[in-house]
Design a protein around this ligand. Structure first.
Ligand SMILES: Cc1ncc(C[n+]2csc(CCOP(=O)(O)OP(=O)(O)O)c2C)c(N)n1
Ligand SMILES: [Mg+2]
Length: 895
């Protein structure tokens, strides 16, 4: 076998001696199969180490294409036709942004990102991306958010979007009339599948999506082994910790159903990604270091000949030494500049290109703009088994924009082109439009019968149909009725329990359920023992793609740590981001895989909204369904932990997510009612909603459900059975609103008021201020818009109607949680909450500190009564004495 050797340019070894080594290697390769080469190398490496030698890191390779020209696969498509289609898409993508900004200056949009990634995306559309069919679930393609115009422009040529829809880019009111700026399944539910525009979320979600496909397949729920997850991301996007943070998961899980494509146009929004270095080399190190198969597509075919002639490695060396800031400039400058500055560093190099004109030098393409190189890279990536692959493709930001921004630092925000720039663009991409049409950025859609359109349609039909396309077919499943939760509805009697424990029991019951059990996906980031879920390890198994290769230390015990290939529990380890990504994958499988899965993600509540809030927002955008459970809720209920643990605001943030149904239940029966209704609404009625539930770890006796409480539990509030009969005389009666684990404290306040001050009151369980507020807002709006109709009352107003007494609301969260309904509460409304930093202490001490214990609730009621002269103001001081309240105590809000 004769191989052309690339001799390292910087070695003191005698070339003849080096040649001997090469020949030995060739001989090994010839006599054994190539698998033995790594074995030989590691044997040599060990030997070299015995000399105390530092072994050079092998995670980066020279700045060359991974696939040499002579090993490149043959291109299976019609390059000419594909180019013409791509050019039309380029034009229409550009035109839609330019037109949008002509209609409405400042409406924005992006030209440069798609311009750089058109070839990367189009090779995928023509040869790789599978759409779902009867016997294939299709591929999962995460597009770069800013490349959306190109995706719309393709759908336009495919006849899926009309010219008038393209003309409503970025103008989406009224609903479903326009095209969303970026991929948003919420806004375009039939089209977009994955929201990617918040940088970093896409890559991490894609990894967990790929893993979830393996999970479903290994569990035998469905066979998704043919589907591939493609994730397109920007090189600038790789700066987000989320982008690269889960790479090791993909490698460890051997996700060979996952392909990342990093569009390395060397630029981000403001300028170069790594002006002084090389982003491709940096990323290669990171990906390869975590065990990914890395394929670099840096240079286009025009370089093949030059590289083949580079016998002494001068060109490769020059490629290695130039930094990205320079590479960017070469694309913004003339061919002459490239000759002088890139090749001009040595006479030999300059001589190598003496036969090329300046124009030819300018047209030396980058790998990401050469379909053949891109195809070869994708083919290698998709054929690679045993792990994930990444294609690092070098491109030009704003490719084809010429003076309108090609490779310029302002390319990212360019969205207005002048007449001559439009003309130049049209000419460069041979767009069949008249000068006048070019200048007004007319859309260009050839006849459906023409060769180009026919070609692209045939390609898509061979690959199963159009993408992106989100399935919206409603699917209903059979769920348990409320009666089946009777053990929770009947209370715990004298035994005490915490709501987190009840949640764990409900979850265990659902897992056993014959109808839905196997679809339930418990997701826990290393906290199962905290939530009492560890019994599920043995009964349902922890999902592990490798099964269990060891005998667990607790093997003899009932609740042993069981890992299994068909395990049901996703025990994610300490990654809330990974866990929510699993939640999104499971919660959207009803749409993406036509199989409704029911995720329950239980986590340490403080590490929810504020840690991974952007992912929860993306879950809402994705129309994910399921239950999020903040399982160590309440700033004073979580004892001993402290400032970074004690959650005092999750329900408030939950209210900000429009489709999230947030509940703060106190009792087991409330949980049962809410979860059963949640299953009904999400999986039977097909509402695109999901749930946030608080779960506390304080144990108290759970009463049986009072008759008829279901409606109130679901609508947000209901009155507990009265301790004393409500007088017909209309005597003033404070109304005490409690929630979650502070409900028992509220009941104690009721007793204090009666026993120490002779004042009767009522206690309400407010299960959801969020729900009360949303309903009241909706009714208000309806009333405002229909002044001639009889005024409707919200559920909250109905409940408050006729209340005679001040209202005191107490929450284990900040006061803004109950303050959400203030505008509808007549009369006095005092809110008690846990404003201020959390800290560690006992529950009693914390509730005293935050002024939310029974004594403070009672005192607030007295104070409210004193304002309406129902309690003598002069007695407030002595009341404080009786209640042991210290007026000198520090304000918890600033403590
Ligand atoms: C989390 C987040 N931060 C900031 C932005 C704003 N932003 C949008 S695109 C962009 C630059 C993207 O650069 P790159 O990832 O290299 O993509 P390119 O457009 O170059 O392909 C920025 C900063 C965002 N969308 N998301
Ligand atoms: Mg970039």
């Amino acid at each position: 076998m004769s191989i052309a050797y690339d001799l390292p340019t910087e070695t003191r070894l005698d070339p003849a001696e080096l040649n001997d080594w090469y020949e030995s290697l060739d001989s090994v390769a010839a006599r054994y199969d190539s698998i033995c080469i790594p074995e030989l190398l590691s044997a040599l490496q060990s030997r070299a180490k015995s000399y105390g030698t530092e072994i050079p890191s092998l995670i980066t390779t020279p700045y060359l294409n991974t696939i040499p020209a002579d090993q490149q696969s043959v291109y299976p498509g019609n390059l000419q036709l594909e180019k013409r289609v791509r050019n039309l898409i380029r034009w229409n993508a550009m035109a839609m942004v330019v037109r949008a900004n002509r209609y409405f200056h400042g409406i924005g949009g992006h030209l440069a990102s798609y311009a750089s990634s058109a070839t990367l995306i189009e090779v995928g559309f023509n040869h790789f991306f599978r759409a779902p069919t009867e016997d294939h679930f299709g591929d999962f393609v995460y597009f770069q958010g800013h490349s959306s115009p190109g995706i719309y422009a393709r759908a336009f040529l495919e006849g899926r979007l009309s010219e008038s829809e393209l003309d409503r880019f970025r103008r989406e009111t009224p609903r479903e009339t326009g095209l969303s700026s970026y991929p948003h399944p919420w806004l375009m539910p039939n089209f977009w599948q994955f929201p990617t525009v918040s940088m970093g979320l896409g890559p991490l979600m894609a990894i967990y999506q790929a893993r979830f496909l393996k999970y479903l397949t290994h569990r035998g729920i469905l066979d998704a082994s043919q589907s591939r997850v493609w994730c397109f991301m920007g090189d600038g996007e790789s700066d987000e910790p989320e982008s690269l943070g889960a790479l090791s998961v993909a490698a460890r899980e051997q996700l060979d159903n996952l392909t990342f494509v990093v569009n390395c146009n060397l630029q981000r929004l403001d300028g170069p990604v790594r002006g002084n270095g090389k982003i491709i080399q940096e990323l290669e190190g990171v990906f390869a270091g975590t065990g990914w198969n890395v394929i670099k597509a840096i240079w286009g075919s025009e370089w093949d000949e030059l590289l083949a002639a580079d016998r002494d490695g001068l060109l490769a060396k020059r490629m290695d030494e130039a930094v990205d800031g320079e590479y960017q400039k070469y694309k913004a400058e003339s061919g002459r500049y490239i000759r002088d500055h890139f090749f001009g560093t040595s006479p030999e190099l300059k001589a190598m290109v003496s036969h090329l004109s300046d124009d030819q030098l300018r047209r030396l393409r980058r790998g990401g703009h050469d379909s053949k190189k891109v195809y070869a890279a994708y083919k290698a990536a998709t054929e690679y088994t045993g792990g994930p692959s990444v294609v690092l493709a070098k491109t030009v930001k704003g490719y084809g924009l010429g003076t309108a921004g090609e490779a310029s630092n302002v390319a990212h925000q360019q969205h207005e082109l002048k007449a001559e720039q439009l003309q130049a663009f049209g000419e460069r991409f041979e767009i069949p439009l008249s000068q006048e049409e070019l200048e007004r950025a007319a859309f260009c859609k050839p006849d459906a019968q023409c060769e180009e359109i026919d070609y692209m349609m045939v390609r898509r039909s061979k690959l199963g149909g159009f993408l992106p396309a989100r399935n919206t077919t409603p699917l209903s499943i059979s769920i348990p009725s409320l009666d089946e939760f009777s053990k929770h509805l009947n209370g715990t009697g004298t035994r005490a329990a915490a709501t987190t424990m009840i949640l764990a029991r409900i979850l265990a019951q659902l897992l056993q359920d014959k109808r839905i059990g196997k679809y339930v996906v418990p997701i826990i980031p290393d906290e199962a023992r905290t939530f009492g879920l560890n019994s599920l390890f043995a009964s349902h198994g922890i999902y592990s793609s490798r099964g269990q290769l060891y005998a667990p230390v607790d093997a003899g015990q009932m609740m042993f740590y069981r890992e299994a290939r068909d395990g049901q529990i996703l025990e994610e380890g300490i990654t809330e981001a990974g866990s929510i990504a699993s939640f999104i994958a499971a919660g959207t499988s009803y749409a993406h895989l036509k199989t409704p899965m029911i995720p329950f993600y239980l986590y340490y509540s403080m590490f929810g909204f504020q840690r991974i809030g952007d992912f929860i927002w993306a879950a809402a955008d994705s129309r994910a369904k399921g239950f999020l459970v903040g399982a160590t809720s309440g700033r004073t209920t979580l004892v001993g932990e402290g400032l970074q643990h004690c959650d005092g605001h999750s329900p408030l943030v939950a209210t900000t997510i429009p489709t999230l149904q947030s509940y703060d239940p106190a009792y087991g029966y409330e949980l049962a009612v809410i979860i059963q209704d949640g299953l009904q609404r999400m999986f039977v009625d097909n509402e695109a909603i999901f749930y946030y539930l608080t779960g506390y770890n304080e144990v108290y006796s759970m009463p049986a459900m009072p008759d008829g409480a279901e409606v109130g539990i679901l609508k947000g509030m209901y009155r507990l059975p009265s301790r004393s009969p409500i007088q017909a005389t209309g005597a003033v009666r404070p109304q005490l609103f409690g929630s979650g684990s502070l409900l028992p404290e509220t009941l104690r306040a009721q007793e204090i008021l009666a026993e120490k001050f002779g004042i009767e009151s009522d206690v309400w369980s407010v299960t959801s201020y969020c729900r009360l507020r949303r309903d009241a807002l909706a009714v208000d709006r309806d009333n405002a818009l229909h002044p001639d109709r009889p005024k409707r009352q919200s559920y909250l107003e109905e409940m408050l109607d006729g209340m005679n007494g001040p209202i005191i609301a107490v929450t284990d969260y900040i006061k803004l949680v109950p303050d959400q309904i203030r505008q509808w509460v007549p009369g006095q409304y005092m809110t008690l909450g846990t404003d201020g930093f959390g800290r560690s202490d006992t529950r009693e001490a914390l509730r005293r500190h935050f002024e939310v214990d029974a004594e403070h609730i009672a005192y607030a009621a007295l104070r409210a009564l004193s304002k309406s002269s129902d309690f003598e103001p002069a007695k407030l001081s002595s009341a404080m004495d009786i209640l042991n309240i210290d007026p000198q105590s520090m304000d918890p809000a600033t403590a």
